[in-house]
Design a protein around this ligand. Sequence first.
Ligand code: GDP
Ligand code: MG
Length: 442
Amino acid sequence: MARGLIEDRLGERARILGGERAILVGLDLEGDRETLDELVALSETAGVAVKGRVIQRRRQPDPSYFIGEGKLARLREQAELAPADTIILNHALSPAQSRNLEEQLGRKVIDRPQLIMSIFAQHARTKEAKLQVEMAQLEYLLPRLRGWGRALTGLGGGIGTRGPGETQMEQERRRIKRRIQRLRKDLEKAALERQVRGRRRRRKALPLVTLIGYTNSGKSTLLNGLSGAEAHVEDKLFATLDPLIRRAPLAGNREVLLVDTVGFIKRMPPQLVPAFLSTLEAVKEADLLLNVLDISDEKVFEHLKTVNETLADVFDDGPRPLMINVLNKADRLDDAEGRERLERALHEMRDPIAVSALQGQGLDGLLERIAGEVGAVRERLRVAIPYARASLIDELHRWGEVECEEYRAEGVMIEVVLAEEFVQRLERHAAENGIKLERLPL
Ligand code: GDP
Ligand code: MG
């Protein structure tokens, strides 16, 4: 029986599979004004039918049960009445809290990180994303097994002996650790393959325009609108995990590549950050970022802050691609509050542009802006680097698109397409280090 319980946790009980009926639970810690709206959207995205919401005001979570014991009894009744087979908490639980709640409620208990990881697992499409999500789930599970093992040990031996539960648990731990090692190796391989693909794409030298922004802000819809293609649009958070790439025609017979990304979200479980960042390769390599903001959402300024903080992490204070703030869903601003929000955004943000991705307003203007930005900012240079300054070669590969690299007796000759800001830096560096630069036609 003990073995069955552990196996069950590994499989179904630690994640959402879709089809669950759930009651959602959140704590309203002081000043937080919890509504659970976002948790409802996340749950529905994962395929859960939401049967009720419970919010408790508390200064601090209960150390054993997270919610108070009185609330716990009411929650048990509510779950029986609903009926609900799953309880989803809008917070991260400690292993002991998860275990205690499951024992008390007799139902599957899923915390917020597990819910988000389940959504990622359901939507992962590339091999790399799948590996990363599985690794995140197993790493989250590992410390939790210890708690279950201890609970099970109580059934078996006395002091100083190992109960059957603990032995099973040790086996499971070893199995999971081996699996994690294996995943880590596979991930290294997958990352290499991605880099090779990236190189191949860059040789074509189409400017890369990457759509970023909060979940549900309309990135996939905008990608369709700009490219005329059928990308995957759903009214679900996280419908896009892997980046999607489309070509978009610009005036003057030019083209850009548009890349869709998974949305940003607040309170991302730390285990998931690698999976998330791998979709951000497209952000790092971008010539231009379109920051898609839902201007009809009153939280739009908070969302902008999340995006900016994430970008600061991704670029580590280094130089960033240019960014256009796109105020989407402008068609939905029919009240005074909405129009005020738009005014404020137009006033506070750098060069924003209002559009409706759904209805098409503003998209021609946006395409013109894109053409203007990615057309004007790039230059092609020939750089002659003496071997003593070879570290510059790596930098050029990092910041530009190296199109040609020739090793000669006197040094390395590189042809590279660079953004204007790097050209200026390179010019300064070159003057100080005796490196010859020559401008070439684009
Ligand atoms: P993503 O998560 O950022 O990719 O967002 P989606 O493109 O999937 O859009 C989320 C929801 O917002 C969908 O229901 C879209 O139809 C809707 N939507 C997107 N753009 C607009 C817009 O300009 N106006 C309105 N009214 N709805 C939009
Ligand atoms: Mg999308």
